[in-house]
Design a protein around this ligand. Structure first.
Ligand code: ATR
Length: 502
Protein backbone atom coordinates (compact mmCIF):
# COMPACT_ATOMS: atom_id res chain seq x y z
CA UNK A 1 0.00 0.00 0.00
CA UNK A 2 1.24 3.46 -0.85
CA UNK A 3 1.36 6.21 1.71
CA UNK A 4 -0.87 8.54 -0.26
CA UNK A 5 -3.31 5.74 -0.88
CA UNK A 6 -6.14 6.68 -3.17
CA UNK A 7 -9.50 6.86 -1.51
CA UNK A 8 -12.54 5.91 -3.53
CA UNK A 9 -15.83 7.46 -2.40
CA UNK A 10 -18.90 5.60 -3.61
CA UNK A 11 -21.65 8.09 -4.31
CA UNK A 12 -25.02 6.52 -3.59
CA UNK A 13 -27.98 7.81 -5.57
CA UNK A 14 -30.61 5.19 -4.77
CA UNK A 15 -34.22 6.05 -3.94
CA UNK A 16 -34.23 4.30 -0.58
CA UNK A 17 -31.75 3.68 2.23
CA UNK A 18 -32.09 -0.09 1.70
CA UNK A 19 -31.39 0.22 -2.00
CA UNK A 20 -28.26 2.25 -1.21
CA UNK A 21 -27.11 -0.36 1.31
CA UNK A 22 -27.56 -3.07 -1.32
CA UNK A 23 -25.42 -1.09 -3.79
CA UNK A 24 -22.80 -0.58 -1.09
CA UNK A 25 -22.62 -4.34 -0.46
CA UNK A 26 -21.69 -4.92 -4.11
CA UNK A 27 -18.68 -2.66 -3.76
CA UNK A 28 -17.73 -2.73 -0.08
CA UNK A 29 -14.23 -4.15 -0.63
CA UNK A 30 -13.50 -1.64 -3.42
CA UNK A 31 -14.39 1.65 -1.70
CA UNK A 32 -13.14 3.61 1.32
CA UNK A 33 -16.11 5.78 2.08
CA UNK A 34 -19.65 6.42 0.86
CA UNK A 35 -21.56 9.54 0.05
CA UNK A 36 -25.28 9.41 0.75
CA UNK A 37 -26.87 11.67 -1.81
CA UNK A 38 -29.98 12.34 0.24
CA UNK A 39 -31.42 14.50 -2.53
CA UNK A 40 -32.07 11.31 -4.52
CA UNK A 41 -34.08 9.69 -1.70
CA UNK A 42 -37.85 9.38 -1.83
CA UNK A 43 -39.54 11.89 0.55
CA UNK A 44 -40.45 9.30 3.21
CA UNK A 45 -36.91 7.91 3.22
CA UNK A 46 -35.41 11.27 4.09
CA UNK A 47 -36.62 10.83 7.68
CA UNK A 48 -34.19 7.94 8.10
CA UNK A 49 -30.93 9.56 7.04
CA UNK A 50 -29.76 9.67 10.66
CA UNK A 51 -29.38 5.90 10.84
CA UNK A 52 -27.45 5.53 7.60
CA UNK A 53 -23.83 5.64 8.94
CA UNK A 54 -24.58 2.98 11.53
CA UNK A 55 -26.16 0.72 8.94
CA UNK A 56 -23.45 1.37 6.35
CA UNK A 57 -20.55 0.55 8.71
CA UNK A 58 -18.12 2.59 6.62
CA UNK A 59 -17.12 6.28 6.91
CA UNK A 60 -20.08 8.20 5.49
CA UNK A 61 -20.48 11.59 3.88
CA UNK A 62 -23.87 13.30 3.74
CA UNK A 63 -24.79 15.52 0.80
CA UNK A 64 -28.18 17.07 0.12
CA UNK A 65 -27.50 18.71 -3.20
CA UNK A 66 -29.80 21.46 -4.43
CA UNK A 67 -31.07 21.54 -8.00
CA UNK A 68 -29.19 24.82 -8.48
CA UNK A 69 -25.96 22.93 -7.76
CA UNK A 70 -26.81 20.08 -10.12
CA UNK A 71 -28.63 17.93 -7.52
CA UNK A 72 -32.25 16.87 -7.05
CA UNK A 73 -33.28 18.77 -3.94
CA UNK A 74 -36.05 21.31 -4.58
CA UNK A 75 -37.83 21.60 -1.21
CA UNK A 76 -36.18 24.84 -0.15
CA UNK A 77 -33.51 25.79 2.38
CA UNK A 78 -35.79 25.52 5.44
CA UNK A 79 -36.47 21.84 4.83
CA UNK A 80 -32.82 21.19 3.99
CA UNK A 81 -31.76 22.75 7.25
CA UNK A 82 -34.14 20.47 9.17
CA UNK A 83 -32.72 17.43 7.34
CA UNK A 84 -29.14 18.38 8.19
CA UNK A 85 -30.15 18.96 11.80
CA UNK A 86 -31.85 15.54 11.96
CA UNK A 87 -28.87 13.78 10.40
CA UNK A 88 -26.30 15.36 12.68
CA UNK A 89 -28.23 15.33 15.94
CA UNK A 90 -28.24 12.69 18.69
CA UNK A 91 -24.53 12.15 18.14
CA UNK A 92 -23.40 8.80 19.48
CA UNK A 93 -20.24 8.15 21.51
CA UNK A 94 -19.41 5.41 19.00
CA UNK A 95 -18.33 7.87 16.29
CA UNK A 96 -18.72 5.28 13.53
CA UNK A 97 -22.48 5.67 14.01
CA UNK A 98 -22.20 9.38 13.13
CA UNK A 99 -21.50 10.95 9.76
CA UNK A 100 -17.74 11.31 9.25
CA UNK A 101 -18.28 14.15 6.79
CA UNK A 102 -21.05 16.49 5.71
CA UNK A 103 -21.00 18.62 2.58
CA UNK A 104 -22.13 22.22 3.07
CA UNK A 105 -22.04 24.79 0.29
CA UNK A 106 -20.12 28.04 0.56
CA UNK A 107 -23.40 30.03 0.82
CA UNK A 108 -24.86 27.79 3.53
CA UNK A 109 -23.66 28.99 6.93
CA UNK A 110 -25.81 27.85 9.85
CA UNK A 111 -23.82 28.25 13.12
CA UNK A 112 -25.86 25.65 15.01
CA UNK A 113 -25.19 22.98 12.38
CA UNK A 114 -21.50 23.84 12.16
CA UNK A 115 -21.22 23.81 15.95
CA UNK A 116 -22.85 20.38 16.11
CA UNK A 117 -20.37 19.06 13.52
CA UNK A 118 -17.40 20.41 15.46
CA UNK A 119 -18.65 19.03 18.75
CA UNK A 120 -19.26 15.53 17.47
CA UNK A 121 -16.33 15.17 15.08
CA UNK A 122 -18.14 15.41 11.73
CA UNK A 123 -15.77 17.10 9.25
CA UNK A 124 -17.31 19.80 7.07
CA UNK A 125 -16.61 19.63 3.35
CA UNK A 126 -17.15 23.19 2.10
CA UNK A 127 -18.14 23.06 -1.54
CA UNK A 128 -18.92 25.04 -4.64
CA UNK A 129 -20.22 23.43 -7.82
CA UNK A 130 -19.24 25.19 -11.02
CA UNK A 131 -21.54 23.63 -13.58
CA UNK A 132 -20.74 25.80 -16.56
CA UNK A 133 -16.98 25.62 -16.60
CA UNK A 134 -14.05 27.09 -14.72
CA UNK A 135 -14.35 30.20 -12.57
CA UNK A 136 -12.26 33.10 -13.85
CA UNK A 137 -10.22 33.44 -10.69
CA UNK A 138 -9.34 30.04 -9.22
CA UNK A 139 -7.38 31.47 -6.28
CA UNK A 140 -10.43 33.46 -5.20
CA UNK A 141 -12.69 30.45 -5.71
CA UNK A 142 -10.51 28.31 -3.43
CA UNK A 143 -10.07 31.09 -0.88
CA UNK A 144 -13.86 31.38 -0.58
CA UNK A 145 -13.97 27.71 0.48
CA UNK A 146 -11.02 27.90 2.86
CA UNK A 147 -12.18 30.41 5.48
CA UNK A 148 -12.19 27.87 8.33
CA UNK A 149 -9.02 25.89 8.99
CA UNK A 150 -10.81 22.71 10.00
CA UNK A 151 -13.01 22.55 6.91
CA UNK A 152 -12.10 20.66 3.73
CA UNK A 153 -12.58 22.77 0.59
CA UNK A 154 -14.21 20.99 -2.33
CA UNK A 155 -14.12 22.53 -5.77
CA UNK A 156 -16.31 20.73 -8.28
CA UNK A 157 -16.01 21.88 -11.87
CA UNK A 158 -17.77 20.64 -14.99
CA UNK A 159 -14.85 21.02 -17.38
CA UNK A 160 -16.01 22.16 -20.83
CA UNK A 161 -12.88 21.83 -22.97
CA UNK A 162 -9.30 20.61 -22.88
CA UNK A 163 -8.21 24.26 -22.72
CA UNK A 164 -10.06 24.54 -19.39
CA UNK A 165 -8.55 21.28 -18.19
CA UNK A 166 -5.11 22.65 -18.94
CA UNK A 167 -5.73 25.93 -17.11
CA UNK A 168 -7.08 24.08 -14.10
CA UNK A 169 -4.21 21.60 -13.99
CA UNK A 170 -1.53 24.32 -14.27
CA UNK A 171 -3.09 26.03 -11.27
CA UNK A 172 -3.68 22.81 -9.30
CA UNK A 173 -0.17 21.40 -9.49
CA UNK A 174 1.33 24.69 -8.29
CA UNK A 175 -0.72 24.63 -5.05
CA UNK A 176 1.02 23.73 -1.77
CA UNK A 177 -0.17 20.41 -0.29
CA UNK A 178 -3.30 20.68 1.85
CA UNK A 179 -6.45 18.75 2.59
CA UNK A 180 -8.79 19.38 -0.34
CA UNK A 181 -11.10 17.67 -2.77
CA UNK A 182 -11.15 18.64 -6.41
CA UNK A 183 -13.59 17.02 -8.78
CA UNK A 184 -13.37 17.56 -12.51
CA UNK A 185 -16.47 16.24 -14.20
CA UNK A 186 -17.32 15.59 -17.83
CA UNK A 187 -15.13 13.72 -20.31
CA UNK A 188 -12.45 16.42 -20.32
CA UNK A 189 -12.03 15.84 -16.59
CA UNK A 190 -11.64 12.05 -16.74
CA UNK A 191 -7.90 12.20 -16.10
CA UNK A 192 -8.55 14.14 -12.88
CA UNK A 193 -10.99 11.45 -11.82
CA UNK A 194 -8.29 8.79 -12.14
CA UNK A 195 -5.25 10.80 -11.05
CA UNK A 196 -6.95 12.71 -8.23
CA UNK A 197 -4.78 11.40 -5.42
CA UNK A 198 -1.58 11.87 -7.40
CA UNK A 199 -2.67 15.45 -7.85
CA UNK A 200 -3.52 15.86 -4.18
CA UNK A 201 -7.26 15.32 -3.77
CA UNK A 202 -8.41 13.47 -0.64
CA UNK A 203 -10.66 11.16 -2.59
CA UNK A 204 -12.25 10.53 -5.94
CA UNK A 205 -15.94 9.81 -6.48
CA UNK A 206 -17.39 6.76 -8.16
CA UNK A 207 -20.96 5.83 -8.89
CA UNK A 208 -22.57 2.47 -9.44
CA UNK A 209 -23.94 2.03 -12.93
CA UNK A 210 -27.46 1.79 -11.71
CA UNK A 211 -30.80 2.34 -13.47
CA UNK A 212 -31.85 4.95 -10.92
CA UNK A 213 -28.79 7.03 -11.76
CA UNK A 214 -30.25 9.84 -13.82
CA UNK A 215 -27.11 11.92 -13.64
CA UNK A 216 -25.20 12.63 -16.83
CA UNK A 217 -22.02 13.56 -14.99
CA UNK A 218 -19.32 11.15 -16.00
CA UNK A 219 -18.45 9.05 -13.00
CA UNK A 220 -16.73 5.69 -13.21
CA UNK A 221 -18.16 2.63 -11.60
CA UNK A 222 -16.05 1.70 -8.51
CA UNK A 223 -15.31 -1.66 -10.12
CA UNK A 224 -13.78 0.15 -13.12
CA UNK A 225 -11.56 2.29 -10.86
CA UNK A 226 -10.57 -0.69 -8.79
CA UNK A 227 -10.33 -3.54 -11.30
CA UNK A 228 -9.17 -1.70 -14.45
CA UNK A 229 -7.24 1.28 -13.09
CA UNK A 230 -6.06 -0.46 -9.87
CA UNK A 231 -6.43 2.91 -8.25
CA UNK A 232 -5.48 1.81 -4.78
CA UNK A 233 -2.14 0.47 -5.93
CA UNK A 234 -0.47 3.42 -7.55
CA UNK A 235 1.59 6.13 -5.94
CA UNK A 236 3.99 8.99 -6.64
CA UNK A 237 6.48 6.68 -8.40
CA UNK A 238 3.93 5.24 -10.83
CA UNK A 239 4.81 5.93 -14.46
CA UNK A 240 1.97 7.50 -16.41
CA UNK A 241 0.90 6.70 -19.97
CA UNK A 242 -2.09 8.38 -21.58
CA UNK A 243 -4.54 7.58 -24.33
CA UNK A 244 -4.95 10.82 -26.22
CA UNK A 245 -8.12 11.13 -28.26
CA UNK A 246 -11.55 12.67 -28.52
CA UNK A 247 -14.69 11.98 -26.46
CA UNK A 248 -15.26 8.43 -27.75
CA UNK A 249 -12.13 7.16 -25.92
CA UNK A 250 -14.05 7.32 -22.65
CA UNK A 251 -15.34 3.85 -23.62
CA UNK A 252 -12.07 2.53 -25.10
CA UNK A 253 -10.85 -0.98 -24.30
CA UNK A 254 -7.19 0.13 -24.38
CA UNK A 255 -7.03 1.01 -20.65
CA UNK A 256 -8.23 -2.51 -19.81
CA UNK A 257 -5.64 -4.04 -22.12
CA UNK A 258 -2.61 -2.01 -21.02
CA UNK A 259 -3.43 -1.90 -17.32
CA UNK A 260 -4.03 -5.66 -17.25
CA UNK A 261 -0.62 -6.17 -18.86
CA UNK A 262 1.11 -3.69 -16.52
CA UNK A 263 -0.38 -5.38 -13.52
CA UNK A 264 0.36 -8.92 -14.64
CA UNK A 265 4.00 -7.93 -15.22
CA UNK A 266 4.20 -5.99 -11.97
CA UNK A 267 4.99 -2.72 -13.74
CA UNK A 268 4.36 0.33 -11.60
CA UNK A 269 2.57 2.05 -14.46
CA UNK A 270 -0.90 3.40 -15.21
CA UNK A 271 -2.63 3.97 -18.54
CA UNK A 272 -5.55 6.41 -18.54
CA UNK A 273 -7.74 8.28 -21.06
CA UNK A 274 -7.00 11.93 -21.75
CA UNK A 275 -9.77 13.51 -23.81
CA UNK A 276 -8.77 16.66 -25.65
CA UNK A 277 -10.16 18.80 -28.45
CA UNK A 278 -6.78 20.10 -29.62
CA UNK A 279 -3.52 18.18 -29.95
CA UNK A 280 -1.61 21.15 -28.49
CA UNK A 281 -3.63 20.89 -25.27
CA UNK A 282 -2.99 17.14 -25.20
CA UNK A 283 0.77 17.55 -25.46
CA UNK A 284 0.80 20.27 -22.79
CA UNK A 285 -1.27 18.05 -20.47
CA UNK A 286 1.07 15.09 -21.04
CA UNK A 287 3.98 17.29 -20.05
CA UNK A 288 2.31 18.72 -16.95
CA UNK A 289 1.29 15.27 -15.78
CA UNK A 290 4.81 13.94 -16.38
CA UNK A 291 3.71 11.20 -18.78
CA UNK A 292 6.43 8.92 -20.18
CA UNK A 293 4.47 8.03 -23.28
CA UNK A 294 1.10 8.08 -24.96
CA UNK A 295 -1.15 6.25 -27.35
CA UNK A 296 -2.60 8.58 -29.97
CA UNK A 297 -5.91 7.86 -31.58
CA UNK A 298 -8.47 9.40 -33.92
CA UNK A 299 -8.40 12.28 -34.87
CA UNK A 300 -4.89 13.21 -33.70
CA UNK A 301 -2.69 10.62 -35.42
CA UNK A 302 -1.83 13.08 -38.17
CA UNK A 303 -2.17 16.32 -36.17
CA UNK A 304 0.66 15.20 -33.88
CA UNK A 305 3.25 14.87 -36.67
CA UNK A 306 4.59 18.47 -36.57
CA UNK A 307 5.40 18.09 -32.86
CA UNK A 308 7.62 15.02 -33.17
CA UNK A 309 11.39 15.22 -32.68
CA UNK A 310 11.75 11.75 -34.26
CA UNK A 311 9.50 9.85 -36.71
CA UNK A 312 9.89 6.11 -37.22
CA UNK A 313 9.95 4.63 -40.73
CA UNK A 314 6.34 3.42 -40.33
CA UNK A 315 5.22 6.90 -39.25
CA UNK A 316 6.82 8.32 -42.36
CA UNK A 317 5.33 5.68 -44.66
CA UNK A 318 1.84 5.67 -43.17
CA UNK A 319 1.78 9.41 -42.50
CA UNK A 320 0.28 8.87 -39.04
CA UNK A 321 1.58 8.25 -35.52
CA UNK A 322 -0.18 6.18 -32.84
CA UNK A 323 2.55 6.03 -30.18
CA UNK A 324 4.61 8.65 -28.37
CA UNK A 325 7.70 7.87 -26.33
CA UNK A 326 9.40 10.52 -24.21
CA UNK A 327 13.06 10.49 -25.11
CA UNK A 328 15.54 13.13 -23.92
CA UNK A 329 12.69 15.47 -23.09
CA UNK A 330 11.13 15.31 -26.58
CA UNK A 331 8.51 13.14 -28.25
CA UNK A 332 9.56 10.30 -30.52
CA UNK A 333 6.69 9.09 -32.73
CA UNK A 334 6.01 5.51 -33.79
CA UNK A 335 3.23 3.60 -35.48
CA UNK A 336 2.37 0.10 -34.26
CA UNK A 337 -0.86 -0.26 -36.26
CA UNK A 338 0.64 -1.92 -39.33
CA UNK A 339 2.54 -4.48 -37.24
CA UNK A 340 -0.50 -5.06 -35.04
CA UNK A 341 -2.71 -5.67 -38.06
CA UNK A 342 -0.11 -7.93 -39.65
CA UNK A 343 0.23 -10.17 -36.62
CA UNK A 344 -3.49 -10.45 -36.19
CA UNK A 345 -4.05 -11.13 -39.91
CA UNK A 346 -1.35 -13.83 -40.13
CA UNK A 347 -2.84 -15.55 -37.13
CA UNK A 348 -6.32 -15.31 -38.65
CA UNK A 349 -5.21 -16.73 -41.99
CA UNK A 350 -2.69 -19.17 -40.51
CA UNK A 351 -0.02 -17.96 -42.94
CA UNK A 352 3.38 -16.31 -42.76
CA UNK A 353 3.24 -14.39 -46.04
CA UNK A 354 0.65 -13.28 -48.59
CA UNK A 355 2.76 -13.59 -51.73
CA UNK A 356 0.44 -13.30 -54.75
CA UNK A 357 -2.76 -12.99 -52.70
CA UNK A 358 -5.47 -10.67 -54.07
CA UNK A 359 -7.15 -8.54 -51.46
CA UNK A 360 -9.64 -5.68 -51.23
CA UNK A 361 -9.21 -2.87 -48.70
CA UNK A 362 -12.31 -0.85 -47.91
CA UNK A 363 -11.41 2.70 -46.89
CA UNK A 364 -8.48 5.03 -47.43
CA UNK A 365 -8.24 6.81 -44.07
CA UNK A 366 -5.70 6.42 -41.28
CA UNK A 367 -6.51 2.79 -40.48
CA UNK A 368 -6.56 1.80 -44.17
CA UNK A 369 -3.11 3.33 -44.64
CA UNK A 370 -1.64 0.97 -42.03
CA UNK A 371 -3.47 -1.99 -43.58
CA UNK A 372 -2.17 -1.08 -47.06
CA UNK A 373 1.43 -0.87 -45.83
CA UNK A 374 1.16 -4.19 -44.08
CA UNK A 375 -0.45 -6.01 -47.04
CA UNK A 376 2.16 -4.53 -49.37
CA UNK A 377 4.98 -5.72 -47.12
CA UNK A 378 3.52 -9.22 -47.10
CA UNK A 379 3.36 -9.36 -50.89
CA UNK A 380 -0.40 -9.06 -51.51
CA UNK A 381 -1.91 -7.30 -54.56
CA UNK A 382 -4.69 -5.01 -53.45
CA UNK A 383 -7.73 -3.15 -54.63
CA UNK A 384 -8.62 -0.06 -52.56
CA UNK A 385 -12.27 1.01 -52.52
CA UNK A 386 -13.29 4.29 -50.94
CA UNK A 387 -16.27 6.61 -50.86
CA UNK A 388 -13.99 9.49 -51.90
CA UNK A 389 -12.19 8.21 -54.98
CA UNK A 390 -9.31 10.71 -54.76
CA UNK A 391 -8.23 9.34 -51.38
CA UNK A 392 -8.33 5.78 -52.77
CA UNK A 393 -6.25 6.87 -55.73
CA UNK A 394 -3.64 8.58 -53.57
CA UNK A 395 -3.18 5.56 -51.33
CA UNK A 396 -3.21 3.06 -54.20
CA UNK A 397 -0.48 4.96 -56.05
CA UNK A 398 1.91 4.59 -53.14
CA UNK A 399 2.00 0.81 -53.52
CA UNK A 400 1.00 0.37 -57.13
CA UNK A 401 -2.42 -1.02 -56.09
CA UNK A 402 -5.73 -0.74 -57.98
CA UNK A 403 -8.50 1.53 -56.72
CA UNK A 404 -12.20 2.06 -57.24
CA UNK A 405 -15.49 3.49 -56.01
CA UNK A 406 -17.10 2.03 -52.92
CA UNK A 407 -20.31 1.07 -54.75
CA UNK A 408 -21.68 -1.39 -57.29
CA UNK A 409 -19.46 0.01 -60.05
CA UNK A 410 -16.65 -2.00 -58.42
CA UNK A 411 -18.38 -5.39 -58.21
CA UNK A 412 -16.38 -7.03 -60.99
CA UNK A 413 -13.13 -5.71 -59.58
CA UNK A 414 -13.90 -7.02 -56.08
CA UNK A 415 -14.74 -10.43 -57.47
CA UNK A 416 -11.19 -10.82 -58.69
CA UNK A 417 -9.67 -9.34 -55.48
CA UNK A 418 -11.70 -11.29 -52.99
CA UNK A 419 -9.45 -13.86 -51.35
CA UNK A 420 -9.24 -11.39 -48.47
CA UNK A 421 -11.49 -8.40 -47.75
CA UNK A 422 -10.38 -5.92 -45.08
CA UNK A 423 -12.93 -3.39 -43.85
CA UNK A 424 -10.93 -0.38 -42.60
CA UNK A 425 -13.53 2.41 -42.31
CA UNK A 426 -15.44 3.34 -39.18
CA UNK A 427 -18.74 2.29 -40.79
CA UNK A 428 -20.47 -0.37 -38.69
CA UNK A 429 -19.04 0.91 -35.42
CA UNK A 430 -21.99 0.98 -33.03
CA UNK A 431 -24.38 0.80 -35.98
CA UNK A 432 -25.94 -1.72 -38.35
CA UNK A 433 -24.46 -0.05 -41.46
CA UNK A 434 -22.71 -2.28 -43.97
CA UNK A 435 -20.26 -0.47 -46.28
CA UNK A 436 -20.25 -3.42 -48.70
CA UNK A 437 -24.02 -3.95 -48.92
CA UNK A 438 -23.85 -4.00 -52.74
CA UNK A 439 -21.61 -7.10 -52.74
CA UNK A 440 -22.79 -10.67 -52.30
CA UNK A 441 -20.30 -12.94 -50.53
CA UNK A 442 -19.44 -16.20 -52.24
CA UNK A 443 -18.35 -17.85 -49.01
CA UNK A 444 -14.73 -18.23 -50.10
CA UNK A 445 -13.58 -14.80 -48.91
CA UNK A 446 -11.67 -14.30 -45.66
CA UNK A 447 -13.19 -11.15 -44.12
CA UNK A 448 -11.40 -8.97 -41.57
CA UNK A 449 -13.37 -6.03 -40.15
CA UNK A 450 -11.19 -3.65 -38.12
CA UNK A 451 -14.26 -2.58 -36.13
CA UNK A 452 -14.57 -4.55 -32.85
CA UNK A 453 -17.58 -2.83 -31.33
CA UNK A 454 -19.98 -4.56 -31.91
CA UNK A 455 -17.92 -7.78 -32.06
CA UNK A 456 -19.89 -8.82 -35.15
CA UNK A 457 -20.76 -5.95 -37.49
CA UNK A 458 -23.56 -6.23 -40.05
CA UNK A 459 -20.87 -6.91 -42.67
CA UNK A 460 -19.30 -9.73 -40.65
CA UNK A 461 -22.70 -11.28 -39.90
CA UNK A 462 -23.54 -11.32 -43.58
CA UNK A 463 -20.13 -12.77 -44.50
CA UNK A 464 -20.36 -15.41 -41.80
CA UNK A 465 -23.84 -16.44 -42.94
CA UNK A 466 -22.45 -16.92 -46.45
CA UNK A 467 -19.82 -19.29 -45.06
CA UNK A 468 -16.83 -16.91 -45.01
CA UNK A 469 -14.05 -17.08 -42.45
CA UNK A 470 -14.36 -13.85 -40.43
CA UNK A 471 -12.64 -11.87 -37.68
CA UNK A 472 -12.90 -8.44 -36.06
CA UNK A 473 -10.31 -5.85 -35.01
CA UNK A 474 -10.02 -6.75 -31.33
CA UNK A 475 -6.79 -8.76 -31.63
CA UNK A 476 -5.30 -6.05 -33.81
CA UNK A 477 -6.07 -3.61 -30.99
CA UNK A 478 -4.26 -5.91 -28.55
CA UNK A 479 -1.25 -6.41 -30.83
CA UNK A 480 -0.80 -2.73 -31.62
CA UNK A 481 -0.94 -2.22 -27.85
CA UNK A 482 1.76 -4.89 -27.41
CA UNK A 483 3.91 -2.88 -29.82
CA UNK A 484 3.37 0.19 -27.66
CA UNK A 485 4.40 -1.73 -24.56
CA UNK A 486 7.63 -2.71 -26.29
CA UNK A 487 8.42 0.92 -27.10
CA UNK A 488 7.49 2.28 -23.69
CA UNK A 489 9.16 -0.37 -21.56
CA UNK A 490 12.02 -1.08 -23.94
CA UNK A 491 11.53 -4.81 -23.59
CA UNK A 492 9.83 -7.54 -25.63
CA UNK A 493 6.04 -7.34 -25.51
CA UNK A 494 4.65 -9.93 -23.12
CA UNK A 495 2.43 -12.77 -24.31
CA UNK A 496 -0.38 -11.53 -22.09
CA UNK A 497 -1.44 -9.12 -24.86
CA UNK A 498 -2.50 -12.12 -26.93
CA UNK A 499 -4.81 -13.37 -24.19
CA UNK A 500 -6.64 -10.39 -22.68
CA UNK A 501 -10.36 -10.78 -23.26
CA UNK A 502 -12.72 -7.77 -23.53
P1 ATR B 1 -9.47 6.23 -39.48
O1 ATR B 1 -8.20 6.91 -39.04
O2 ATR B 1 -10.20 5.56 -38.37
O3 ATR B 1 -9.30 5.35 -40.66
P2 ATR B 1 -10.39 8.41 -41.11
O4 ATR B 1 -9.00 8.74 -41.45
O5 ATR B 1 -11.33 9.50 -40.81
O6 ATR B 1 -10.46 7.42 -39.86
O7 ATR B 1 -10.95 7.50 -42.29
C1 ATR B 1 -12.21 7.15 -42.33
C2 ATR B 1 -12.43 6.21 -43.51
O8 ATR B 1 -13.76 5.77 -43.40
C3 ATR B 1 -12.29 6.88 -44.86
O9 ATR B 1 -11.92 5.93 -45.82
C4 ATR B 1 -13.73 7.37 -45.11
O10 ATR B 1 -14.06 7.57 -46.45
P3 ATR B 1 -13.86 9.03 -47.11
O11 ATR B 1 -12.42 9.09 -47.49
O12 ATR B 1 -14.77 9.01 -48.28
O13 ATR B 1 -14.25 10.04 -46.08
C5 ATR B 1 -14.48 6.18 -44.58
N1 ATR B 1 -15.84 6.51 -44.23
C6 ATR B 1 -16.25 7.21 -43.15
N2 ATR B 1 -17.60 7.28 -43.14
C7 ATR B 1 -18.04 6.62 -44.22
C8 ATR B 1 -19.34 6.31 -44.75
N3 ATR B 1 -20.45 6.72 -44.13
N4 ATR B 1 -19.41 5.58 -45.89
C9 ATR B 1 -18.29 5.15 -46.49
N5 ATR B 1 -17.06 5.40 -46.04
C10 ATR B 1 -16.92 6.12 -44.92
Amino acid sequence: MQENQVKICLSLAGKTIDENLRILEQYRDKVDLVELRADFLEPSEKFYIRIFPEKARIPSLLSIRRASDGGKFTDGEGVRLVLFAKALSYARSDVSANYAYVELEDDFHIPAIEEACRTFGTRIVRSHHYQKGLPENLDEALAALSREDDEIPRLDVAIQSSGEALRFLRWWIALPPAERIFTLTGVYGLFGHILSSRLGSMWTYARSRHPSDASDRFLFDPAVLHDIYHLREYGPQTELYALLGQKSIAASLSPLIHNTAFRTLEKNALFFPLVVDRIEDGLALLELLGCKGAAITVPFKEDVLPYLAFRSTDVQRIGACNTLVLRDGAWAGYNTDADGFERSLMQFLGRTDLEGMRATIIGAGGAAKSVALSLYRKGAHCLILNRTIMAARELARKYNFLYGHLDDRSIDLISSYSELIVQATSVGMDSEDDPLNFYEFKGTEAVFDLVYHPPRTALLKRAEAAGCQVTNGYRMLCYQAAGQYKLWMNEPPPEIYAHIEP
